[in-house]
Design a protein around this ligand. Sequence first.
Ligand code: ZN
Ligand code: ZN
Length: 848
Amino acid sequence: MTGLISAGAPSWATGPLLPGSAHVTDAGPSSGPMQHLAVVVCARRSWCHGARRTMMQATGVQRARSAPDRDDQQRARIDEFRRAPSVPLAFRIIKQDSDVERVWSVFQQVLGARAMRPRAPFFQSMMTFCRRRLPAKAPDVFDAAVARGIPSDELFGSLIGICCGTNPPMLQELLDRYVRCGPHTLDTMFRVAHVCRASGRPASALFLVDEAARFNADLPEKLLSMFAACCAEADSEVQAADRAQQLLDLIRARRITPPDNRQLFGNLVKPLIAHRRFEAAIDVLSLMDSIDLPPSVHLYTQLLAGLASADRAQQGFAVFRAMVDRDVDVSDRMVASLVAACGRCATLPPVETLHRFAVDRRMLGNDFIICSLVSAYDQCNALDAAERVFQERCDRPGPGPDPRTLAAMIRAYGRHGRLSDAARVFDLAPVGDDPDIWNGFTCTLAKADRLPEGLSALRAMRARQVPADPTTVACLVAACGRCAELHAMASLHQQAQADGLMTNAVISALIYAYAHCGQLEAAERVFQGVARPDMIVLTAMIAAYGHHGLVAKAFATYDRLKSSGEPADERTLASLLTACSHVGEVGRAERTALEFKSAWGVGLESPYARNCMIDLYGRSGNLNEAERLASASAADVVAWMSVLAACRQHGDVPRAERVFAIIQAMDLPAHLLSHVASAYVLMGNVYTGVGRYADARRLRDEMDALGICKIPGRTSLILPGQAAMHFLSGDDRYRADAALRETHARMMRDLAQHGYCPDVAVVVKETASVSDAKQSVCLHSEKLAIAYALKTLPPGAPVHAVKNLRVCPDCHEATKALSAIYRRDIYIRDANRHHHFRDGQCSCGDYW
Ligand code: ZN
Ligand code: ZN
C-alpha cells in the first residue's frame, strides 16, 4: 500500500489525509464498509470528526442531533467547491460527504474540468465511496481512471471487492474489465475466479485456466484448488472437462507442482466423468500413485459409480479389482451398481466374481444385492443362477425377499418365456398391493405380447389403487403397437394423459407404437406435443420416419437433436441407418456411422446399428461386406438372419448354406429359438428360388424330425374405432364367413386378371398337389386380412395391418397388385420393416 503514496503522491495529497486513504484501499473481498470506517477512524484519530460522525451514522448513534451541523458543513464545502473547484477539495468532499448525488456530481465535475488532473489516490477514494454508497458506479469510476492512464492494478483490486459485494455480484462488469485492462496476475485470477463461483457462474472462470496454463509458471495450490472447484461445479460444460484435462496434463508433466490434496483431484475427475472421458478419469488413479498420494475412497467410488451408470462394466470391474487389491473399502451399494452394469452389458464372469465377493463379505443380507444379482444373471441368460440366488434367499428364515427382488425374478421368468413361473412368484408376494410386484408382473405380460392379460392386470391395479409406473404403461403401449391394438393404445394414451404419466418413456413408446401401426400422423402429433423433446423422444421420431422411408424428415429431426445439445446413442444411429436403407443410400449411411463414431463414440459394434448396416449392404448386393460385418460381431442371430435374407434376395446359395450352418450351430436361449424356424423357412425359400425343390423338401423333413415348428403367420388388421382383427392362414373365420369367402374369391379373380399367379415356392409344408399348394398360398393371413378390409372399409380408404413375421414374397407381389387394382394405400408393418403399397409399388423397393 505504501507504493501508492510514494509513487508520485501529489503535494495536495500529502499531510494528514493520506494514511487513512491508504488503509481504505485495502479492499479484500471479505471486508465490509463498517470495517473500513473503523480503520479510517483508528488511523486518523486526529483527523476531522466527520469520519467519526459517519461511523456514528452508520451505527445509528445520535443521528438526529449531529445531522444538522454536519449537513451545514458539507453544504459549505460544496459552495466552496463551486466557487473554486480543486482536486484536494473534491477529495475531501468524497471522503467526508455521504450524499450520493452531491458526491457523484463533484466527481463528474472534476472529470469534466480540463485544468484538474486527478491522480490515483483520488480515484481510489472514489472507489471507497462507491463501496460504501454507490457500488453500481464503481466500474464507471474504474473506466474513468483507465481512460486517464492512471495505473489500474490497485483500483482493479478494489473493483473486485466491490463487484463481489453486491447482490447479485456484478460479474459481467468485472469480467469485461479484467479482459480489457485487468492485471493478469495469478493472484487476480484467483480473486476473479472466486467472484465467478460466488455468482454461481463457475463456468465463467474456466477461460482463466487456459490463461494461467500459458503463464508457464508454477500455480500455487490455492489457485489450482480454485480452478478445480470451478471445473467440478461447471461439470455440465464441455469446457470444464477440457480444462480439467489440461490441468491434469500439466501436473503429469510436472509443469506445476503436484498438489497434496485429494479433494482437488476429485474435483478434476468430476467433469471428466460427466463427459464420459473415462480413460482420462481412470488415468488420474495412476497419476495420484505416481505422486505418492493414494486416491481416496471417495474418488474410487465416484469413478466406479460413473463407470457403472454408463455401462462401462469392464472398466468398472478393473477399478473394483484395484480397490480390492489395495484394501479400499467397497460398499455394498457399489457392488450392487457394478453388478447391475455387468448385467446390462451381459458379461457373466464379472457378475460371478462379484457374487463370490458379496458372499465372502457377507453382503447377501441386503436384498438390493440379491435383486441386482437376479437381474444381472437373467440379463446374462443365466436363468439357473438367478433362480439359485432367489431360492437361497427364499429359503432363509424370517421375512421373504423384498418386492423389488420378487419383481426382478418375475421379469427374469417373463423374459425367458416362463410366464407360469412368473405367475407363481407373483402369487408368492405377501403384500397384495405392492407397486413393484404389480408393475413387474404387468410389464412381463406386456413384453410377452399377452395383451389381454396385461390390460386386465392394469385394470386390477387401478381397482386396488396400485399406481402404474410409466415403464408399465410404456410396455403396454409397445405391446399394443406390436399387436396392432390401436383402440386399446388410444385408451392407454388418454389414461396416461389423465394420470400425468406422459413421461418421455411413455411418449417415445407411443411414437414407436403409432408409427408401427402405420399411424405416422398420430405419432407426429404426440411428438409435436412435447415442448422440449429429449434424446429418447427425438430418437423415437427419427425411427418412425426411418421406418416409413422418410429420409429427409429423419435427418431433419437428427439435426434438431444435434442443435439441442442432447447426445445421441446407438438407437439413434440405427434409426438413421434404417432410413438410409429404405432408399439404398449406402454412402450417406457410412458417413453417418463415421460421424457417430467421432462425435459420440457410438460405432457399429452395437447390435442395433450393426444389423441395420448389414441390412443396407445386403440390399445393395454387397453380400461380402454384410457377411464380414456379421462375422465381426459376437454371435448375434439377428445379424446372421439379415445376411440369410439378403442371400435369398440375391439367390446366393453357397453363402446362404454357410450362414444357415452358422445359425444352426448357435446355442440360443429360449426367447430367440423362433429364429431357427425362420432360418429354415428362409433357407427353403433360397432352394426353391433356384429350383432345388428336393433340398427344400429335405429341410422340411428335417424340421419335422427335429420338432422345429414354424411360428404361424398372423396378420392383425387395424380397423378404426375397434379392436384389431387377427387372421391366421386359412383360419376358421374364412370358413364361417360367407361374405368374406366371396370377397376373397373376387379379389383372387381380379388378381389373376391382372396377371398374378400364386408362387408355390413359398409353401413350406408338404402338400398333396400343386393346386393344394396354390390354395394354401391364396389363404395366407395377409390376403385374408386384405379381403376382410375390402369387405368392410369404404372404397378408397387405406388398409392398415401388422404381420408378425416377414411378409412372404407371394403376398408382397399380390399386395402390390391389389394396391393398383383397388386404388388403395395398403400399409403393412412386418417383423422387419414397413411396407407402403401404392399404385402397384412398395416403399421397400422389393427388399425386405
Ligand atoms: Zn404370404
Ligand atoms: Zn414391401
